[in-house]
Ligand binder design. Structure first.
Ligand SMILES: [Zn+2]
Ligand SMILES: [Zn+2]
Length: 368
């Protein structure tokens, strides 16, 4: 087994990623060693590296890994060496939420995904001068080899395009799961998606799979709105031009807006979203807000119109169910994830991060 790996390390919060050689600990009974082929880059990695989340350094982030199992610990039976896997968030598997089918709300979700170490306090990764913040989402997969917790392993067919599906474990299942699970969009629904980056565009594709009557994409970037149209949006609203609520009203007519999703995390946008809902409409936020973010909602309207505003983590998705479903949809040409994905050789990682920050790239994926 390899004892070292090449990984993108953050030495100080707010400083850029640097490719460095790190040391890998032996795997434990509940871990697998995975050779990473592709790593999706998610906003959460960037927020953590910038110090906007409670993490410590030096650190290896990365939580959308995809690769091949090299070795498994004694308690792992679901995968074996040579299996292809996608890596997703980690859960305890035994709390009330995990055992009742709501693993995205595992009571240990924060320590297991943002704790930076194994549950026994050890770190799976280190530098010559000490331990690294590791086990990020049970994987820390910005690395060519990763020590992965059992709960984060999702076996997929060997011919799965790992570059396109690396992001399943966070971004893709969050955007699509919000539509399928939390909002449960149906064919007769009018739906609005606020912010069409990778989460929002995944949500648009999911709305199209559900054949929603009206799919409204809202953003300030014309190129993103064009892409949303290509992926299934039936109406595009540029929120930098005119009154968004009025435009939604015109599109939806008397039935009003039934379902809405916010991917921006911006309080003013969330307020517009909730105000735009029609009677018994349901709106959802998928995160990306900083902890402590507050919004102002007209509770009287919520009450008399029976509106709902809810949050959802990871699209309330079980990656073991979402992965085969989306891979099948992709094969049928109904989930064209290649249209939102740009792959970079890992040596070009600086360009990848720049392109994501500037908005040039929707979903960046590093190839190891
Ligand atoms: Zn749990
Ligand atoms: Zn993520």
């Amino acid at each position: 087994m390899p004892r070292t790996a090449r990984a993108l390390v953050i030495r100080r919060l707010g400083e850029p990623f640097k490719l460095e050689t790190i040391h890998l600990d032996d795997i434990r009974d509940d871990e697998a060693l995975v050779e990473i082929f592709a790593s999706g880059i998610c906003r959460t990695d960037l927020h953590c590296a910038a110090g906007h989340r409670p993490v410590s350094v030096p650190a290896v982030f990365g939580h959308e890994g995809a690769g091949t199992v090299l070795e498994v610990g004694k308690s792992i039976t679901a995968v074996k060496p040579k299996d292809k896997v996608l890596l997703s968030y980690s859960t305890c598997g035994s709390c009330d939420q995990c055992t009742s089918g709501h693993r995205a709300y595992c009571s240990k979700i924060l320590p297991l995904n943002f704790g930076g170490k194994r549950s026994d306090g050890s770190s799976a990764l280190s530098l010559p001068d000490g331990p690294l913040f590791s086990n990020f989402f049970g994987q820390s997969s910005f690395s060519n080899f990763a020590v992965v917790n059992k709960a984060s392993l999702v076996k997929v067919p060997n011919d799965t395009p790992l570059d396109l599906f690396a992001s399943l474990g966070c971004g893709l299942q969050t955007g699509t799961g919000a539509i399928f699970n939390t909002l449960n969009v149906q064919a007769e629904n009018t739906v609005a998606v606020f912010g069409v980056g990778s989460l929002g565009l995944s949500a648009i594709m999911a709305c199209k799979i559900r054949q929603a009557k009206e799919i409204i994409a809202i953003d300030i970037h014309p190129s993103r709105l064009e892409l949303a149209k290509e992926l299934g949006a039936t109406a595009m609203v540029n929120s930098s031009e005119g009154d968004v609520m009025e435009k939604i009203k015109t599109i939806c007519g008397t039935t009003g807006l039934n379902k809405a999703l916010d991917c921006s995390g911006v309080p003013e946008i969330i307020e517009t979203m909730v105000d735009s809902l029609g009677t018994r409409g349901r709106a959802c936020s998928v995160g990306s807000n900083r902890p402590g973010t507050r919004v102002s909602i007209d509770v009287h309207k919520l009450f008399v119109m029976g509106k709902e505003y809810v949050g959802c983590h990871q699209g309330e998705s079980d990656p073991h169910e979402m992965a085969p479903f989306l891979i099948d949809q992709y094969r049928r040409g109904r989930f064209p994830v290649e249209k939102i994905t740009t792959c970079y050789r890992v040596d070009d990682y600086e360009r990848a991060f720049e392109d994501i920050e500037s908005g040039k790239t929707v979903k960046g994926v590093l190839l190891w």
